[in-house]
Design a protein around this ligand. Structure first.
Ligand SMILES: Cc1cc2nc3c(=O)[nH]c(=O)nc-3n(C[C@H](O)[C@H](O)[C@H](O)COP(=O)(O)OP(=O)(O)OC[C@H]3O[C@@H](n4cnc5c(N)ncnc54)[C@H](O)[C@@H]3O)c2cc1C
Length: 368
C-alpha cells in the first residue's frame, strides 16, 4: 500500500518536473511540497515528535519510489534522515524535541556536514574546529559537498574539539542556518542530481549554546559513522529506484521501437539484456531490504550489510542505467528521453556516503 501510494504521488507530482529540474539545475520545490503535504518528506521521524514513525524498510520504499521518478527529489527524505539521525541516535531528549518536531512538521530540513575540502574518504582528517567558550562553543571551518545546503534550516556539523585525539576528539553539533557566521558557497555544477543543491557551508566564528552538542564531547565521529551504517541503506534504495525507473522506461521503449520490421523487443539479444537488468535489480532489492530490516533491529552485522547493500545497489544502478541508454540507441543518448539523466544520476550513488572503494574497506573490516 505504501509503495502504491508513493508511486502514484511520484508519478503525478514529481515525475512531470524531473526533466526540468535537471535541465535547469533547480531545487525540486514541487517535490518538496508534494512530499510534505503527504507527510513523506521525513518519514523516519518517530511519532512521539509528530513524525510518521516509518521503520527503516518503509523509509527505504519511500526513497526508492521517489528516486524511480526523480533522483534529486529522493534526496529530500534521504538527507532529512541522514542529517537528523545523529540527533535521534545520540542527542539529548531536549535536542530531539527541539529539532525533530519542526522537521516532522515540514518547517525545516536537515543536512549532514562531515566532508571537507581536504577530508573526504579520510573524514577523521577534518579541520573544522569547535572551541569551548563558557557555556557556548565557537565553530570555525569549511564543510564541503553539503547536500541541500542553503535550503535546510538545520545542520549536523562534525568538528574537532580535541586535536590530539583524532577521531575520538571529534564532536557533533546542531547548527542552524540563522546562526550568525553561517554562510554558503555557490552551488556545485554537477554531472547528475542537478536538482539537489550541493554547496559549501562556511562557519565563521559561529557561537552556539553548549546544549547544541549531540551526545558527549568526543563521540561525534562515532555517531557520524553509526549514522552512515543506517543511511547507506537509503542510498542503496535511491540507486535501486533509479535503476528500476530506467528498466521500466526501456521495457516500454523496446516494445514500441521497430527495426528490421519488428519491435526490437522480439530480438533475443535485447531480451537477454532486459533479463540481466531485472535480475540485478532484484538482487540489489533483496540485499537492500534485508539490510533495512537489520537497521531496524540494530543487528550486529549491520555495518557489513549496509555497506554491501550500498555498494552492490549503486554498481547495479550504474550498469542498468548504462544498459538502458544502450537499449534506446541514439535516442537514449539525448535529453529528449529520461534514461541519460538516470545514468548521470546513478553515478553519484557510487561516490557519496563513502565511495564504493571505502565500502569495500568497511566490508573487509567487518567480514561476516
Ligand atoms: C553530490 C554530492 C553530495 C554530497 N553530499 C554530502 C553531504 O551531504 N554531506 C557530506 O558530509 N558529504 C557529502 N558528499 C561528500 C562525499 O561523501 C565525498 O565526496 C566522498 O566521501 C569522497 O570524498 P572525496 O570526494 O574527498 O574523494 P577522495 O577521498 O579524495 O577519493 C578520491 C578517490 O580515491 C579513492 N580512495 C580514497 N581513499 C582510498 C583508500 N583508502 N583505498 C582505496 N581508494 C581510496 C576514492 O574511492 C575515490 O575513488 C557529497 C558529495 C557529492 C559529490
Amino acid at each position: 500500500m505504501l509503495r502504491d501510494a508513493v508511486r502514484s504521488l511520484a508519478d503525478a507530482k514529481i515525475a512531470p518536473y524531473a526533466a526540468a529540474v535537471d535541465e535547469e539545475a533547480r531545487f525540486p520545490q514541487e517535490a518538496l511540497d508534494a512530499l510534505t503535504a503527504n507527510d513523506l518528506h521525513a518519514v523516519h521521524v518517530p511519532e512521539e515528535y509528530g513524525g510518521a514513525g516509518a521503520d527503516a524498510l518503509a523509509t527505504v520504499i519511500v526513497i526508492e519510489e521517489v528516486a524511480r521518478a526523480c533522483a534529486s527529489s529522493s534526496l529530500i527524505p534521504a538527507v532529512n534522515k541522514l542529517g537528523s539521525l545523529p540527533v535521534i541516535l545520540s542527542g539529548s531528549e531536549e535536542l530531539k524535541k527541539k529539532y525533530m518536531t519542526p522537521l516532522a512538521k515540514g518547517d525545516g530540513m536537515f543536512s549532514y556536514c562531515l566532508s571537507e575540502p581536504d577530508a573526504g574518504s579520510d573524514a577523521a582528517g577534518m579541520k573544522t574546529k569547535a572551541v569551548r567558550d563558557g557555556d557556548h562553543w565557537i565553530l570555525n571551518g569549511v564543510k564541503r559537498w553539503i547536500t541541500n545546503a542553503g535550503v535546510s534550516e538545520y545542520y549536523t556539523v562534525m568538528a574537532v574539539t580535541d586535536p590530539t585525539k583524532r577521531s575520538k576528539g571529534i564532536s557533533a553539533f546542531v547548527v542552524e542556518k540563522s546562526d550568525e557566521g553561517v554562510s554558503f558557497g555557490a552551488p556545485e555544477k554537477k554531472l547528475g542530481i542537478k536538482g539537489s543543491p550541493t554547496r559549501e557551508v562556511y562557519l565563521d566564528n559561529v557561537r552556539i549554546p553548549a546544549d547544541r552538542m549531540i551526545g558527549e564531547e568526543g563521540t561525534g565521529f562515532a555517531t557520524a559513522m553509526k549514522t552512515l551504517d543506517h543511511t547507506r541503506i537509503t542510498i542503496a534504495a535511491q540507486a535501486l529506484g533509479i535503476a528500476q525507473g530506467a528498466l521500466d522506461y526501456a521495457k516500454g521503449y523496446v516494445k514500441e521501437r521497430k527495426q528490421f520490421g519488428k519491435p526490437i523487443a522480439d530480438f533475443q539479444g535485447i531480451q537477454f539484456m532486459l533479463a540481466d537488468m531485472a535480475m540485478k535489480i532484484e538482487a540489489a532489492r533483496q540485499l537492500t531490504y534485508a539490510a533495512a530490516a537489520k537497521s531496524e533491529r540494530g543487528d550486529s552485522d549491520l555495518t557489513f550489510q549496509g555497506a554491501a547493500a550500498k555498494c552492490f545497489a549503486s554498481d547495479v544502478a550504474m550498469e542498468v542505467t548504462t544498459d538502458a541508454v544502450q537499449l534506446l540507441g541514439g535516442y537514449g543518448y539525448t535529453r529528449d528521453y529520461p534514461v541519460e539523466r538516470m545514468m548521470r544520476d546513478a553515478k553519484i550513488t557510487q561516490i557519496y556516503e563513502g565511495t564504493n572503494q571505502v565500502q569495500r574497506i568497511v566490508m573487509a573490516r567487518n567480514l561476516p
